[in-house]
Design a protein around this ligand. Sequence first.
Ligand code: 2AM
Ligand code: CA
Length: 259
Amino acid sequence: MAFSPRSVAVEAVLSAGQLLRERLGRVGEIRFKGAVNLVTEADVASERLILERIRSAFPEHAVLSEEVGASEGATGSRYLWVVDPLDGTTNFAHGYPQFAVSIAFVIDGVTELGVVYQPVTDELFLAQRGAGAFRNGHRIRVSDEDTLLMALLATGFPYDLERRKHALRHFAQFTTLARAIRRDGSAGLDLCAVAAGRFDGFWEPDLAPWDTAAGALIVREAGGTVTDYTGSPLTLESVSCVASNGKLHQAMLDVLHAD
Ligand code: 2AM
Ligand code: CA
């Protein structure tokens, strides 16, 4: 094979990240997917660039990407690329420099490779299954914190305004039980921050596979735990997500189950 999935994924996130960096602050036309859910021209341009790279290297592989959905014609493939061309679109559209490009490579339903790139800080998070997690080539590990009261946690809210009301209950509970909560707007980067030990845990109720596939592998390879709200291991079908250093996982699930 001429290209490795790893080299294609890394090259694609770096190129897409450069495109996003250049467009930050001049966002162009914004469309709405829901009442508050945005898609910018940059989402679409980044996606086009990434899918071209993947398709020219691996034309027989299937692709699942946020703006175009599932690829046609490759549905029988064992190989699947899961792509978020811009994770943190709302931040990007407002000029808040916290967003990422996320690509996962999945074989027979198992994520083998995850790459998340933050173009503004030039941080590349990468994990291959069984081979550890890295930030710009340096090994990363989750934190050692085992006391919720000492923990820095992160979360995000759904686009659906009605479902936000429910999410607020969990937010209120964690606010009284943890040191502090951050809500930074990119689930992929929140997961990488757990992997790097910056955050001790993360929870979010409504996510899609492209938000979590790469980041979940990066957390696991950094020694952490990633499940849905029931405590089952996160899969591409999961909607809710809890990620932690492992030591805080049960305590976080207990809070989410308290209502
Ligand atoms: P996006 O920027 O790619 O749309 C913000 O809370 C984080 O969660 C972002 O990563 C955002 O992804 C994602 N997100 C928020 N609500 C979502 C929903 N209802 N479905 C899928 N992803 C969502
Ligand atoms: Ca996105």
